[in-house]
Ligand binder design. Structure first.
Ligand code: HEC
Length: 228
C-alpha cells in the first residue's frame, strides 16, 4: 500500500514538473516595474490609452468621472482631452468600433481591457507592447512574439519612431500602469488601508503587551494566591 502511494507521489511530482516545463513560454517577460501610486504616470497612461487604444479597446468597467476623480484630473479636462467616444462624464469607457466591423477588419474583436492586467499580468502587457516585429506576411505587416498572427497593428510605432528608447519605455510603462489601475481601482485605497490597519494592530500589540505585564506582575512576585 505504502509503495503504491509512494509511486503515485513520485509520478505526481514528475507530472507537475513536466506540465510546468511545457507551459513555460519561450518569450521571457520583461518586468514592467510599474508603480500604481505614481499619479503622473497614471495620468500620462490615461492620456496615451485614450489617444492610442480607446478607438478599438473598451475598458467598460471604468467610467470617465471615476477616472478623473481617482487620477486627479478635473472634469473639464477629462471632457477636453480624454473623452472621444461619449458625451456624458458618467459614461462607461466604450470604444466606438462596431463589433461586426472589427471582425471584418481585424479578424478578431479587440478585447475589452478592463481586467487584462489581472488576467495577463502587467509584465505580459509591457512585454506585449514591446514585442511587435515586422512580418511582411502578416495582416498589418507586423506580428507579435507573444500572440502569434496577432490581429492588432503596432499602434505605438509612431511613438517609437519619435522618441528616445528610454522615453518610449516610460510611455509603455505608463500605459501598463494605467491598465493595472483600471483592472483594480480599489488598489489605490486598499494598499493604503492595509498600512493603516497594520499600524493599528502594532499599537494594539503594544497596549496588549503592557496590559499583560500589568496582569502578570502579581503572579510573578508571588502576591497572588489561588482561592482555596
Ligand atoms: C486598430 C485597433 C486596435 C488598437 C488601436 C489597439 N488594439 Fe490592442 N488589440 C486589437 C486586436 C484586434 C486585438 C486582438 C489580437 C489577437 O488576439 O490577435 C488586440 C489585443 C490586445 C491585447 C491582448 C489582450 C489579450 O489579453 O489577449 C492587449 C493587452 C492590447 N491589445 C493592448 C492595446 C493597447 C495598450 C493599445 C494602445 C496602445 C491597443 N491595444 C491598441 C486591436 C487594437
Amino acid at each position: 500500500m505504502q509503495k503504491t502511494l509512494k509511486k503515485i507521489l513520485i509520478a505526481g511530482i514528475f507530472a507537475g514538473i513536466s506540465v510546468n516545463i511545457l507551459a513555460a513560454n519561450t518569450v521571457n517577460l520583461t518586468a514592467a516595474n510599474t508603480n500604481i501610486f505614481d499619479k503622473k504616470s497614471l495620468q500620462n497612461g490615461a492620456y496615451l490609452f485614450m489617444n492610442n487604444c480607446s478607438g478599438c479597446h473598451s475598458i467598460s468597467f471604468m467610467r470617465y468621472n471615476r477616472l478623473g476623480k481617482d487620477l486627479g484630473i478635473a472634469d473639464s479636462e477629462v471632457r477636453e482631452n480624454l473623452m472621444f467616444n461619449a458625451s456624458k462624464i458618467g459614461s462607461q469607457i466604450i470604444s466606438s468600433m462596431p463589433q461586426e466591423g472589427a471582425v471584418r477588419w481585424f479578424g478578431a474583436t479587440p478585447p475589452d481591457l478592463s481586467l487584462s492586467a489581472r488576467s495577463r499580468g502587467t509584465d505580459w502587457i509591457y512585454t506585449y507592447l514591446h514585442s511587435f516585429y515586422s512580418d511582411p506576411k502578416a495582416l498589418f505587416g507586423v506580428n507579435n512574439k507573444l500572440i502569434e498572427n496577432v490581429s492588432m497593428p503596432d499602434v505605438l510605432w509612431h511613438l517609437k519612431q519619435s522618441k528616445s528608447p528610454q522615453d518610449f519605455d516610460k510611455d509603455v510603462r505608463d500605459i501598463t500602469n494605467f491598465l493595472d489601475y483600471v483592472s483594480e481601482p480599489a488598489k489605490l485605497i486598499r494598499i493604503n488601508l492595509g498600512y493603516k490597519v497594520l499600524g493599528f494592530l502594532l499599537i494594539l500589540l503594544i497596549l496588549a503587551y503592557l496590559l499583560k505585564k500589568e496582569y502578570w506582575k502579581d503572579v510573578k512576585y508571588g502576591k497572588w494566591r489561588a482561592k482555596k
